[in-house]
Design a protein around this ligand. Structure first.
Ligand code: ATP
Length: 592
């Protein structure tokens, strides 16, 4: 398929306001692709060059793109700049200038999707001296032969400003339509995706080898598995009831989740978001080679700074200082990490994904020699009293809480299930846990905040069933001045005129943005509200009520929660559960 034709689909997608039509358009697009184009079309549509663990990113400066547009259209750079300022959108600037172009393309060759993708990858990996000029030329050569609409997307893609809003779930349903005409194999595709975390690859396997290859899909070394996640319950009694009277209980460490892949002397350490973070942890990588008694293994653990002398776990605020790209070696000396291993998915050629947890954990403990890598502290609890006691001990040791684990459950990739249940320290008067909200809009600053042109956010949770973002709260406090500037600058780039198709909202912010960023928010409680669409339901009196947050404020180490994608934000289901738990705790507190 030509990139020109793909651009026409993108134009359609941008004007769609319903998720179902989005799936239809994507399904139709996929059906028209050749099998060897599916993978690249998926990456381009999601605005990436590769899955996160491959670490290939654009990093294109706006100035370089402006140079390319100027070179390809013959218009002076100042004109490109002023149009960009006028529209706040480099793609629209490129499109307008192409309509009025002074330079004809050197060749009339039209570029296919694969041509564009290959050139974009080349652009991304070009580095060193003269690379800026080389990148400018490559992009200019694409723009020169493009139609105005094509130019718009050729520019937006490397700037990470495609605003199509096609999420993983939409993509999976569209792939199902491509293969079968309906959405019925979405679950099979999702399973494959959870095992390899690479949507492009799943699409390619489906297009080239068919449905049966998707059914046979297995995990593999150096393709990270989407992580299992924990449900939450507030009391030991409720956890025990869910676990049918017996479970394994782990200490819950507050550090970095690491998924380790080892084959011989090759080691990779993936973050919770499945980025390759090996370079940040040379000490852990070394320990994996020296201490794990396995030729090949995939296992998971939490990395945490631990003071050997005082036998203290350091708080997350300390551990996070290890998360850096430069000066790694000094920090390794200053703040050595321990890796507390808690699960294992693969060992010496065998997948352990389907094995019961007690089997996986037992094998894991056998291959750990001890040293930097240790098994996470755990016990078997046969009553809620035992569970409560272990929880208490963990808190006293300075940990966050515990995670109860169903001893018979398989490893549930990419899902929040009751096979893991977390219980954390409770802070009375506040919601026990923070929530991670997706930014779907923002407000202009008024009064004292007028100078920042930023007054607050509109936050949403993810409804997995509907694959929609439902609003739950405005967030107007907890920001520093620097953060307000950062919000304004970052969100301006993903502003859109109309409510995005996957956002469900009654309130209207001053500006809508494409769901792309997650922030961590603390609130006093969850209340019912007619203003928000989170869990909105018809009441007996005919009115419709959803859930909202009371006194929400931004918290967290970083402005944006970079380790979570929008689909990994707090879900509607979790909010409803938290609301129920909050009611229960209150009743207990008042002695009823
Ligand atoms: P949180 O902010 O509570 O970490 P989360 O959404 O990142 O939330 P959860 O599903 O709530 O993740 O909790 C599981 C997380 O707890 C894991 O991602 C992991 O990083 C961490 N963790 C710490 N200790 C353990 C353990 N022993 N077993 C499993 N996960 C653990």
């Amino acid at each position: 398929m030509l990139f020109r034709e793909l651009s026409e689909y993108y134009e359609k997608l941008e004007s769609i306001s319903s998720r179902l039509s989005m799936i239809d358009v994507m399904g139709e697009l996929f059906k028209r692709l050749r099998p060897n184009e599916v993978k690249n079309a998926i990456y381009i549509t999601q605005g990436v060059l590769a899955p996160p663990f491959e670490g290939i990113e654009f990093g294109m400066a706006e100035k370089t793109v402006e140079d390319s547009i100027s070179e390809a259209t013959g218009h002076p750079k100042e004109k490109v700049e002023s149009l960009y300022r006028k529209h706040g959108d480099m793609g629209v600037a490129a499109m307008e200038l192409k309509k009025d172009t002074k330079v004809r393309g050197i060749s009339s060759k039209e570029h296919t999707i694969n041509d564009v993708y290959e050139i974009m990858v080349k652009m991304a990996i070009t580095s060193g001296q003269g690379s800026k000029e080389a990148k400018t030329k490559m992009l200019a050569s694409l723009i020169a032969t493009a139609t105005p609409l094509e130019a718009k997307y050729l520019v937006k893609y490397p700037l990470d400003e495609l605003r199509l809003g096609v999420g993983d779930s939409t993509m999976l349903e569209a792939l199902s339509i491509m293969a079968t005409g309906h959405r019925k194999i979405k679950d099979k595709l999702e399973r494959a995706y959870n095992l390899c975390s690479d949507l492009g690859y799943v699409g390619e396997v489906l297009a080239e080898k068919g449905e049966s290859a998707i059914e046979r899909f297995k995990i593999g070394l150096f393709k990270p598995i989407r992580p299992a996640l924990a449900e939450r319950l507030p009391t030991a009694d409720e956890i025990m009831e869910k676990m049918h009277g017996e479970c394994s209980v782990d200490q819950k460490y507050d550090g970095f989740r690491c998924q380790v892949h080892k084959s011989g002397k090759k080691v990779k350490i993936y973050s919770r978001r499945l980025e390759d973070t090996t370079e940040m942890y040379p000490d852990l990588a070394q320990a994996v080679i020296g201490e794990m008694k396995a030729d090949s293994i995939i296992f998971e653990g939490e990395a945490l700074a631990y003071n050997e002398d005082t036998r203290e776990f350091l708080p997350f605020q300390e551990t996070i200082r290890r998360k850096r790209k430069h000066g790694v070696e000094e920090k390794v000396q200053e703040m050595p990490l321990h890796l507390f291993a808690f699960d294992m998915m693969y060992l010496d050629g065998e997948s352990y994904m389907e094995e019961p947890y007690k089997e996986r954990r037992g094998r894991l403990e056998k291959v750990i020699k001890g040293g930097v890598i240790r098994p996470a502290g755990s016990t078997i609890a046969k009553s809620s009293k035992e569970l409560q006691q272990f929880f208490q001990e963990s808190i006293e040791e300075g940990l966050e809480g515990i995670i109860a684990k169903d001893m018979n459950a398989p490893y549930v990739a990419g899902a929040r299930k009751f096979s893991w249940i977390k219980m954390k320290r409770s802070y009375r008067g506040e919601l026990e846990d923070t929530v991670d909200l997706v930014i779907v809009g923002y407000y202009l600053g008024r009064g004292m905040r007028a100078e920042f042109k930023f007054g607050g956010l509109l936050g949403a949770v993810y409804n997995k069933k509907r694959d929609m973002f439902e609003t739950i709260s405005r967030i107007g406090s907890g920001f520093t001045e620097a953060q307000m500037r950062e919000f304004k600058q970052t969100l301006d780039k993903i502003k859109v005129d109309n409510r995005p198709a996957r956002v469900d909202s009654i309130v209207k912010p001053d500006f809508w943005v494409i769901p792309k960023y997650v922030v961590t928010v603390k609130a006093d409680e969850i209340t019912k509200s007619p203003m928000h669409t989170c869990g909105r339901e018809k009441q007996e009196d005919g009115s419709e009520v959803g859930y909202a947050l009371r006194f929400p404020r931004l918290v967290g180490e970083e402005t944006f929660r970079k380790d979570k994608s929008v689909e990994e934000a707090t879900t509607t289901k979790e909010i409803i559960e938290m609301y129920g738990q909050q009611k229960k705790v209150r009743m207990e507190d008042s002695g009823s």
